[in-house]
Design a protein around this ligand. Sequence first.
Ligand code: AGP
Length: 612
Amino acid sequence: MCGIVGYIGDKEVQPILLAGLKRLEYRGYDSSGIAVILPKKNNIGIRKSPGKISVLEKLVKNKPLGGTVGIAHTRWATHGAPTQVNAHPHHDCSGQIAIVHNGIIENYESLKAQLIEEGHAFAGQTDTEVIAHLIEKFYKNIPLEEAVAKALKLLTGSFAIGVVAAREPDKLVGARLGSPLIVGVGKGENFLASDVPAVLGFTKEVVFLDENEIVVLDKDNFKVSNLEGKTIFKETTRINWDIDQAEKSGFDHFMLKEINEQPRILESLINSRIDKETGKIFFKEQNIPETRFKDVKNIFIVACGTAYHAGLVAKYALESVCGISTQIDVSSEFRYRDLLIGPQTLVIAISQSGETADTLAGVREAKRRGSSVISICNVLGSTLTRESDGIIYTHAGPEIGVASTKAYTAQLAALYLFAFYLAQIRDVLPAAKIKKLLDELRKVPKYQVEILKLQKSIATLARRHSHLGSFLYLGRNVNYPSALEGALKLKEISYIPAEGYAAGEMKHGPIALIDEYRAVVCIAPSSKVYEKMVSNIQEIRSRKGRIIAIATEGDKEIKELTREVIYVPKIDEIFSPLLVVLPLQLLAYHIAVKRGCDVDQPRNLAKSVTVE
Ligand code: AGP
């Protein structure tokens, strides 16, 4: 996710753009910039810099840009590290056209090669720059919006863009396909933005653009059309959110917003890794030669916290699907062990931030011992990605809530795909079996949408148990990690002691804890270990434990054992962690809210543990 802002009116545009960017900082903050049409010079001035928006503020304070029309961007890098040259806005060869973009252009490499052949000179490594040069190519004796439309028709992927051109200084053009874009309708001024917060300080009247729509703004009017130039009438909506709510898209907390983003993120992540023609899995950015993967004799996963739980699920998938012996350890232990790893070991490092000190140290140790390292990471250009041999990005967008939710399920989906990718290149599974697995994985986003429809009832159930002083989470096999993750979610945002356990361990100690003052969350979707989970639930029931079960739709047996059941759709058990975690996230969220905790910034915690 990135943030786009545009303005056209009579006021000095620089402060308006900066104020808008700061309201969108939650969408991305690794670099930012502004472009302003300089009326006296009939040119465009650009100021941009890596780092947070505060760095840009200092830059433009020292070197201001005077003008009343401009665009701005705060970046969450997807292609091209967060550097000066890769920061937006980008411009064409002449510097007379500037553009900001949110999204991913999937066919940028082929377009870039063709444009270079035609004589265009590129400054950076981003996909966005291609759009600026395409517009330049078509912008001959036709209005800017027509040149933009011609360029956009050549793109595959997702985009929301803002464009200005010195030749038409009283015009601001925007367009969207797959990434959000709104028009802020003012009096004698108009705005373009990725999201409502950027304009809410100036106007409450907005127009939400739909797919394949292009808008031309001047300071008094806006005109929306499709890419063929056919005018489209658009309703104006009056926003009644306050700014704080608007940054969370109307949700009370970033964590709840991010829980609800999961289906969309998984849909995009899964579909962008499977070749539409061949059905084969591919990872463009992973750049480890396939031969290397064929030689791998064992795998070692290294991660912390929630990322470690994702790695535990991956261990089950890698062993059952690829037949590769897989070990895993938390990074803080891995880094100090006498590791029996070497050139035939593939180390998988999992980290949302890519900055976790122990995981970085583990990766350095693994490389020192000659192992190849592939990282599953959400932050492009982070330290981990620069120190790994290969990278698989989760593209989950910035995760603001300290408690990891969307990054976790994105990690899981990436790890499943990677396991199937290894099976595919090591030829250990027939193509038909891989296709069957992928078809099942593709169902996850819509099943998650079904689960999210239960939020009200899950919230009610959570509140019923929010007074309890301790929780136990039980799961088996591929949902033993789900039990650990559910317990971590609860403890880190509600501060209630919560333990995750392999359910088969109950008789080895935890059963002593069971009484009517403790809730036991039993993760029991249909699986080969379902009956074992039922036995555990019966043991807990006979000791008056308060049972909250997560089960598969249609399961009547579980209803006999407890009234507190949250159902998830039926899915191949290997993928059940992608479904059962949503009730666990929501349970933790609503208990913490009920207890008045600071859900997004829990006490004592940081989003990224960059020290030991
Ligand atoms: C998870 O909710 C926590 N915020 C924490 O355990 C986190 O998963 C851990 O610190 C790892 O962070 P990373 O993924 O950025 O490396």
